[in-house]
Design a protein around this ligand. Sequence first.
Ligand code: TRP
Length: 335
Amino acid sequence: MTDQIKQRIVSGMRPTGNLHLGNYEGALKNWIRLQDSGDYECFFFIADLHALTSDYADTSAIKQNTIDMVSDWLAAGLDPERSTIFVQSAIAEHSELHLILSAVTPLGWLERSPTYKEQRENITAKDINNYAFLGYPVLQAADIILYKASFVPVGKDQASHIELTREIVRRFNNFFGEVFPEPQALHTEVLTLPGTDGRKMSKSYGNAIYLIDSAEVVREKARQMITDRTRIKRTDPGHPENCDVCQMHRFFLTTEIADQFDDDCRHARIGCVDRKRALADAIIEKYGAIAERSHQLRDNPDEVIAILKRGSERARQEAQITMAEVRRAIKMDWA
Ligand code: TRP
């Protein structure tokens, strides 16, 4: 298949910095799988303008977070030769299309967005009572349709944003002609990876193990995890269903092997220390090579920056083609 007939995939992540194992298992691994399939033309970007919509009061961490995150992407297997990897803010067309789409987006659609309502209720640490935050999904729609994406691989939490994108496309096309295709969300079913406290792994819970964690850090995090509180002595029978270590360990094993470990625990054939060690071994074996590559990339930030600049140039060319068409459609084709 040539690039012309390959369908496009677009997805982005806000620059939150180091990726944890849950980010990898839940999102990045899927991007890499789509890239490796060779079936799509892939565009993956850092949504730093989206970070700006809520972190405008202090943008000092965004650039470093971008470099850290892209180092993890590359270390895990995103390949700049096969995917276009870029930074949203480097391509002015995202902002331009955002403004044009904002004209056709009714306020009610944004005010009724479930993610907006949820965040208005829950975010207290920063002031999100600003114009751009309300328009977050409009910017996301611009990100996607600027490249005329067919598919958007995202978590289920983003479903309403993709639906809103489709509604904006329909309204735009209604006014100005069939410029944009309606993109489709690609939700892959993934098991949720538990964190070191048994809850879903999340940076904000402080229960995460990061892709770049060294073997020593992984062992230390595993050592500090809580096991079955009722198992006091090594000879006491354990209850793996009440044990964070057992829950997390299961994620890395086949059901059969996990059941065997659980059985050994219930019959006190293995102790909690043994299981923590086995968990750490599983994590180090699975992600150790990624950690090493990511560290090497962080040691050469210029290389990462050069990759992003090349990717951004390539993305910009595509963005410019779409924007020429958009300006003609809205009859403002002066540029
Ligand atoms: N809102 C997405 C998230 O929080 C990030 C994002 C921004 C995105 N623009 C996008 C995802 C375009 C897919 C396509 O995860």
